[in-house]
Design a binder for this molecule. Structure first.
Ligand code: SF4
Length: 279
């Protein structure tokens, strides 16, 4: 009996201990995140004169994979004039730590020179229009002015040092892929049952009975827009067609002496984007 009570007591204590440990770990993790992993906005030196506003924004992009593309600056100036200013600008999307230098025009000058700004509040909001996320940063008016005027790091320098978020180069898939130069016409013939040249070799194999077609060379083969990457062409003539993740291309140096097989691939293409020209 006593042993049972002791065992139950130990189990109870272990359970309570586990709950307390989980609670403490969770609090510590939350505290560490609050202290060190909060999104951070820094005001940088602008290269756009009095109408420019430069800033950097750091956040845990693996934890919050947002695409930030807007910034809003708001002045709350209840005892001065104007009492409110609300400015919004968009910029090229950033998916991890980034800096931008934006031109706000005359409106920013009006905000900076608002009567009573020193005692006002300035809110900066970094927003993701797609995900509907916004991070807010409040400044006392005087603090905002001081940070703006004393900033020394340019947005460009920040981006260089962090090697992040330059506007991404745009890669476009070529609409058509050509084989540039026509190869000399070959006198090689396709060894198939419909080719009369080899009719004798296939005579005993029971042909399809279709009229024999003479093979021909092509001068070029190309793919027009609209490939649905079904792989049919590559399965028929892999030496010429290569199906990639999102389209089909003509292999460099592809043989051009087998027009029948090219034609077969073109006929098999469900969206009829394979084109060729006879030599
Ligand atoms: S057969 Fe046509 S649609 Fe299919 S992969 Fe080839 S080119 Fe694309």
């Amino acid at each position: 009996m006593n042993t049972t009570f002791i065992a139950m007591g130990i189990a109870l204590l272990a359970g309570v201990g586990l709950v307390v440990t989980i609670g403490v770990v969770s609090l510590l993790s939350g505290g560490l995140h609050f202290l060190f992993a909060r999104p951070k906005l820094s005001i940088l030196k602008t290269a756009n004169g009095e109408s420019g506003f430069a800033f950097s924004f750091k956040w845990n992009s693996s934890r919050e994979p947002a695409k930030f593309d807007n910034i809003r600056i708001r002045l709350f100036n209840p005892f001065g004039s104007p009492t409110q200013v609300d400015l919004t600008r968009s910029y090229d999307t950033a998916t991890s730590t980034f800096a931008r230098d934006l031109d706000f025009g005359e409106d920013l000058k009006n905000l900076m020179n608002a009567e009573g700004i020193a005692n006002a509040s300035v809110e900066v909001e970094v927003m993701s229009s797609k995900e509907g996320i916004a991070h807010h940063f409040m400044f006392k008016g005087q603090k905002f002015l001081d940070l703006y005027k004393s900033a020394t790091v340019l947005a460009e320098t920040f981006n260089e040092e962090n090697a992040l978020n330059y506007p991404k180069p745009v890669f476009t898939n070529p609409k058509r892929s050509f084989i540039a130069d026509a190869l000399p016409v070959s006198n090689k013939a396709l060894k198939i049952s419909s080719n009369p040249e080899f009719a004798g070799e296939f005579a005993g194999a029971g042909g399809s009975g279709e009229a024999a077609k003479e093979n021909f060379a092509v001068s070029k083969v190309w793919i027009e827009d609209g490939c649905i990457v079904c792989d049919a062409c590559e399965a028929i003539f892999p030496e010429v067609f290569e199906v990639t993740d999102d389209t089909c291309i003509i292999r460099p140096g592809a043989p051009l002496d087998n027009g029948l097989l090219v034609e077969e691939a073109a006929d098999a293409c469900p969206v009829e984007v394979i084109k060729f020209a006879k030599a």
